[in-house]
Structures are given as C-alpha cells and as structure tokens.
Design a protein around this ligand. Structure first.
Ligand code: SAM
Length: 209
C-alpha cells in the first residue's frame, strides 16, 4: 500500500509514510480488502476514503512545526483510522463523530491499537470543539458547501491550516485554508468525492429535505 499507492503517487513525507506503514488499517476497517486502493464502508452508511486520499489530506494539513504534540481537530471520526495516523505521528487529536455507534467503535479500536492521545466526542462537528482549541490543523473528512465559520474561529491565528472537501453533495474540491491573524486564504486543490457533512453549518440530512 505504501509503495504502490502512496509513494508512487508522490507522497514523500517520511514521517507520514512511516505512520502509514505502522498503523494497521485492518484494525480499523472490516472486510477482505482493508488495504485496497478504494474507499470502504465503515458502518452507519458511511465510508472511509482510499489510503491515498487519507495520506494526501494529512500531507496538506501538516502544521509547519510538525505533528509532534500538535493540537489537531478532526471532524468525522468514522473508523478512527485517520485519527490513528495523526496520533502515530505524535499529534494530540480531538475527533468529533455524529454517529454514536461509529464513535463508540472508533474509541474501542483506537484504545486497542494503543492510541491514548485521541479523544472521540459525539456531536455536530460543524460547530467544532471550542473547549480544546485553538488547533494547529483541522481536518474535515466529510464534504460541505463551505467551511463552517466556527471551525475558522477555532483555527490557530498564526499559521493554522484547515483541509476540507468543499462543494456540492456529489462533487467537491479538496480545499486548503490557511489562517494568519484575521486573514484567511483559501486554495482549491484536486476534485474529490466525500460523504456529506451533515450539521448546523453543513448540509441537511437527505431524508429531511
Ligand atoms: N476519517 C474517517 C476515518 O478515518 O475512517 C472517515 C470519515 S467518513 C469519510 C466521514 C464521517 O463524517 C462519517 O463517519 C460521518 O458520519 C461523519 N460526519 C458527517 N457530518 C458530521 C458532523 N457534522 N459532525 C461529525 N461527524 C460528521
């Protein structure tokens, strides 16, 4: 997975490659092909992105000072795999998941894999988690129409980085937001397809429309 899916596609951060080689993806996702080059179901109608997309988002979100002891917020815990990658690199991770069952399962898997530096909360991540902020980086692993304002407010004023799929329900662009004081610079990167970010500052659940 590391050589064929990540390095071959230009992921070259040794720290990141080491984390992907260390975290056992099969401890977080079920099924026959946990290391396959595709998204996988994680329960509650949700999916985890293919390994390359997880790596790419992580590479983009990397704090300038590195991951060690960095305070990081993840929206959309899902299986807990992305949080484990961040924790493996030494980050202190707060992760929010709206599905209670997924949050409970991710907590168990993270504990079993030995990642004590991840806190998983159940709630609407579009409001962020102000109590543990500000964050050096925020990774939003579900797609929404725009970056939720509370997340921008919880981003570190000096060099905070946020990465999120921004766009319609069907198609988004991976978007990097960099904060410098009150200045916020947004850069649209490559096209992606993520499950929807449902919440107060995101989308309405489809059956409610
Ligand atoms: N990062 C995850 C992993 O490593 O397995 C994959 C995340 S999956 C692509 C997106 C997740 O975002 C789903 O589990 C979904 O329930 C969650 N989600 C969607 N809207 C949310 C919200 N407002 N707050 C918290 N979680 C949300």
């Amino acid at each position: 997975m590391v050589a064929e899916q990540l390095e071959a596609r230009g992921i070259d951060d040794p720290e990141l490659l080491r984390a992907f080689a260390t975290v056992e993806r099969h401890a977080f996702v079920d099924g026959d092909e946990p290391y396959g080059d595709h998204a996988l179901p994680v329960g509650s109608g949700q999916t985890i992105s293919q390994p390359y997309v997880v790596a790419r988002m992580t590479q983009i979100a990397r704090p300038t000072e590195g991951w060690t002891d960095a305070n990081i917020l993840e929206i959309g815990t899902g299986s807990g795999y992305q949080a484990a990658i961040l924790a493996e690199m030494g980050a202190k991770v707060t992760s929010i998941e709206r599905h209670e069952g997924l949050a409970a399962s991710a907590r168990t898997r993270l504990r079993y894999a030995g990642y004590a530096n991840v806190e998983v909360h159940v709630g609407d991540g579009t409001a962020g988690w102000a109590g543990a902020g500000p964050y050096r980086s925020i990774l939003v692993t579900a797609g929404g129409p725009s970056v939720p304002q509370p997340l921008l407010e919880q981003l570190h004023r000096s060099g905070g980085r946020l990465v999120m799929p921004v766009g319609s329900r069907e198609h988004q662009f991976l978007t990097l937001v960099e904060r410098d004081g009150d200045d916020v610079r947004s850069t649209e990167l490559e096209p992606v397809v993520f499950v929807p970010l449902i919440g107060q500052y995101g989308l309405v659940e489809e059956r409610e429309v």
